[in-house]
Design a protein. Sequence first.
Length: 367
Amino acid sequence: MRVLLLGEYSNVHWTLSEGLRALGHDVCVISDGDGWKNYKRDIDLTRPAGKFGALKYLLEVMRKLPLMKGFDVVQIINPMFLELKAERIYPFYKYLRKHNKKIFMGAFGMDYYWVKTGLDCTTFRYSDFNIGKQSRANEEHNKPFIKDWIEGEKGKLNRYIANDCDGIITGLYEYDCCYRPYFKQKTRFIPFPINEQNITPKTPHPDYSGIRFFIGIQKNRNIYKGTDIMLRALKRLKEKYPDKMEIVKVESVPYDTYQNLMNSSDVILDQLYSYTPSMNPLLAMAKGLVAVGGGEPENYEILGENELRPIINVQPNEDDVFKQMEKLITKEYDIIRMSLESIEYIRRHHNHIKIAEKYVEFWKQDK
């Protein structure tokens, strides 16, 4: 098959492309590398900075359009698969629709259905947009998302593409909950891919007997992801156990730098309001780090995993994060066993070639 993967979030498309190529498919990844993360791609499509950046980018997209036709499958990472205003994306989507056999949409992150489902305060016990029956709509960091996706043009574009495309791939349990009620027949849950062949195992630190906790901070999404609360819990833990732990804090660095800094750590802190681990903790788990974050029963159920429980699940509050991490310090949690289970968990459920096979099977199905 000839496959075009358009756009990037957290290295999902590039890793998928590696699996597809291993199966013998002809794949092209066109993206901006997910901004400052600078993930690999075959063709760069980065929006220039500066006064005329938008115009230059628009011209560049138009110049590269001929490279985006003649594929068996096009998969867009999100409805906002180009760095343009939503209303300007329609003609490019329609071009892709006309000049390729099938088009699929990824449900991998922020979009209309994710915001809408979180705001209903019934689907999830907690999410980025609710804690129990209490909506988080009035929290300042959530207002722009609601304005853009529920009230604005992004939501209209999302609904149009979701209805028109040949299929929707959901990468996490939560995203599956958002799309399946509306598009049951064309929604498929497929876990995120991890290329274990590219993984550098975490390095022992015989010079230090304590536990190294790794936390990545994105300055503009710190509160939204809950890493501000997790960092506070970490600092409390450090005050109580100053000689038994270290904090490795990383802020908005490129992917390669991020990986290298992660390699000497033992534990990674993920998003606070998630039921499931996202791409970064999955990468860390493949190295043998233990993830603290989303490990709710629903995560294991959708994978059909009845044995392994490698993730330290936390509730969305500082005290529970502190309590669960303290169990690592006091050895109530067996960090060696959980590290080995983490590696096996990735092997079972996220191997990039097995995941690529699932994509191909779904892409080949008739509507």
